[in-house]
Design a protein around this ligand. Structure first.
Ligand SMILES: [Zn+2]
Length: 369
């Protein structure tokens, strides 16, 4: 069997990778900058659309996690067609301090990002390490105003909340290195507490245009998602790995085939691909996910597991790999408002830690805005 399908996504029109990041602004190895950094990946995988999820807050390793990430995503959108982007909220210091954020409240930031031309918002504030760092409950008044506004205007939110259960109970060496180990109860909330907070958010904002990333880490407890999807009609979930998710699906193929049939309009494809000159990993992810949903092949999968494809109907595959996200975002990304982006850079560039990067951003602004 060939390693990859010769034509990626052979049955899908306009494939759409709805969950990609842009961590680095330059690769020193080959002097390539981020400016067209994902286009080779897009070309090889035959992706018509991509959506960048900015991560301007969080663990600063291996790349700066500050306002520069929003700015880079905006430039990428400006300079590459058919690119959508979700902006993220920034915090001038941690834990978040409302007094310090007087002229940059989350609502102000939302307005600024939407004015620049972002197509949605990425929230990572429910990932336990960032959750602890920001120091605000997801269902607290700190987030309430901005969630209410996003609900009202129908802003698409891609939210990473919680993490796989193993990160609490049995983290790997690699998890520990990344700070993704949450067993210490004096420091970290339990996954149950975080699940409750998301429940509370949805109870309060039932029409939120929310997509919960990584299957909301529920492949071992899908009944939780069933309840949520049945209650909240705007709620979607993405199938971006965590490999544990696909291993979970594979334990109960009949169940998940029914699940994906029933919720076929609410499932969104993404890879978590990152800008990198090494695109093998992204190709592998596209191939694996497509084949899992579209064929009944037995596949080499995550963590040395084999999984067997569930062969959904072409029509369902088309929705998952393209149509569902187009329905949410439209088939044309919002235009970048250059003046608004210029103002944003001026307002926030003092928060860029890497001074070389700040200079480069100034240069980009001069050249393109
Ligand atoms: Zn991600």
């Amino acid at each position: 069997m060939a390693k990859y399908l010769e034509i990626p996504f052979p049955t899908v029109e306009n494939p759409f990778d709805g969950h990609i990041h842009m961590h680095r602004w330059q690769y020193k190895e080959n002097n390539e900058t981020f400016i067209h950094g994902l286009e080779e990946y897009r070309r090889v995988c035959g992706l018509k659309y991509i959506a960048l999820a900015s991560l301007p807050s969080g663990n600063p390793i291996p790349a700066p996690r500050d306002v520069s990430n929003n700015i880079m995503c905006a430039f990428y959108k400006l300079l590459n067609e058919n690119t959508f982007a979700y902006g993220g909220f920034i915090y001038p210091s941690y834990p978040a301090n409302e007094a310090e954020m007087e002229n940059m409240s989350l609502v102000t930031q939302l307005d600024e990002l939407m004015e620049i031309g972002f197509d949605g918002i990425k929230m990572l504030e429910g990932k336990p390490n960032l959750y602890v760092r920001v120091g605000k409950k997801l269902d607290s008044s700190f987030f309430d105003g901005v969630l209410a506004k996003m609900e009202k205007q129908g802003t698409y939110i891609l939210m990473h909340a919680i993490d796989p259960e193993e990160f609490w109970s049995n983290p790997t060496e690699e998890n520990i290195k990344k700070g993704w180990c949450y067993g210490d109860k004096s420091k970290y909330p339990t996954s149950g507490e975080l699940y409750n907070q998301i429940d509370n958010i949805l109870a309060k904002h039932p029409n939120l245009n929310l997509c919960l990333a990584h299957f909301f880490f529920c492949s071992e407890k899908p009944e939780k998602l069933v309840k949520m999807l049945d209650t909240y009609k705007n709620l979607a979930i993405d199938i971006t790995p965590g490999g544990e998710m696909y291993i979970g699906f594979d334990k109960n193929p009949e169940y998940f085939k029914d699940f994906f049939t029933k919720y076929q309009d609410r499932i969104i494809f993404g890879t978590d691909m990152d800008y990198s000159p090494r695109i093998e990993g992204g190709i592998w992810l596209c191939d694996r996910q497509y084949r899992y949903f579209a064929t009944d092949e037995t596949l080499d999968s995550f963590d040395d597991h084999k999984i067997k494809g569930i062969k959904m109907d072409n029509e369902v595959v088309q929705k998952i790999f393209s149509d569902n996200l187009i329905k949410k975002l439209g088939d044309k990304p919002k235009e970048i408002n250059k003046e608004a982006l210029k103002r944003y850079i001026e307002k926030y560039k003092h928060l860029i830690e890497d001074k070389e990067l700040a200079k480069y951003i100034d240069q980009l602004a001069k050249e393109y805005l």
